[in-house]
Design a binder for this molecule. Structure first.
Ligand SMILES: [Zn+2]
Length: 164
C-alpha cells in the first residue's frame, strides 16, 4: 500500500518554491495533526527565501492558525481552532518554519513534546459568537501574539537580530 501523501510548498537551496507531494507523517499517541487555515508571510520568510539566513526548514510558515483534524492529546480535540506559537517556550532555538518545517502544508504534525511545551495553543473561547471564525481567529491570534511575543522579542534584542 502506498504511503499517504499531502501537499506542501517547499523551497530549494536557491529559494525557489514548488508545490510538492510529501509523505503524510504517522501521528503518535500524544501527537496532534493540524490543518493550517491562515499562514502569514513576514519579513523573516523573505530573508530566508533570499538566502540571507541559514534556517534549515524547507517548508516555511511560522505564524498562523489552524484546525485540529486529529488529536492524541487530552486537552485538544478534532475541530478545535489553535494558534501556532512559533518559538518553543522550552527551547528558544526550536522555531517553526525556521529550524523545523513550518505551516505551508496541508497538514502539520505537532508531536506530543511540542504539544506539551505550548507550541500550539487553543483559541480563546471568550470571543463573541456573533463574530465569524476568521475574525475570531485573527483577534485571538493577535491577543496571543501580544502576550507570547514578549519572550522571543527579548531574545532577539539580546541577540542583536532585527524584529520581523
Ligand atoms: Zn515572522
Amino acid at each position: 500500500m502506498p504511503q499517504p501523501t499531502h501537499r506542501a510548498v517547499r523551497r530549494d537551496r536557491n529559494g525557489a518554491l514548488a508545490l510538492q507531494s510529501v509523505s503524510l507523517p504517522n501521528a503518535g499517541r500524544h501527537d496532534v495533526v493540524v490543518k493550517p487555515l491562515m499562514v502569514g508571510i513576514c519579513g523573516t520568510d523573505l530573508q530566508i527565501l533570499r538566502g540571507q539566513r541559514g534556517d534549515a526548514a524547507t517548508i516555511l510558515g511560522h505564524e498562523g492558525i489552524g484546525t485540529v483534524t486529529w488529536s492524541g492529546a487530552t486537552a485538544l480535540h478534532a475541530g478545535d481552532l489553535v494558534v501556532f506559537n512559533p518559538v518553543n517556550p522550552l527551547a528558544q532555538d526550536d522555531i517553526l518554519g525556521h529550524s523545523r518545517d513550518g505551516l505551508l502544508q496541508e497538514c502539520v504534525l505537532v508531536d506530543g513534546e511540542h504539544v506539551a511545551s505550548g507550541t500550539i495553543l487553543p483559541m480563546d473561547r471568550d470571543v463573541p459568537p456573533s463574530l465569524d471564525r476568521t475574525t475570531s481567529a485573527l483577534l485571538a491570534w493577535g491577543r496571543r501574539r501580544l502576550v507570547s511575543a514578549r519572550c522571543p522579542i527579548e531574545v532577539k534584542r539580546r541577540a542583536g537580530r532585527p524584529f520581523d
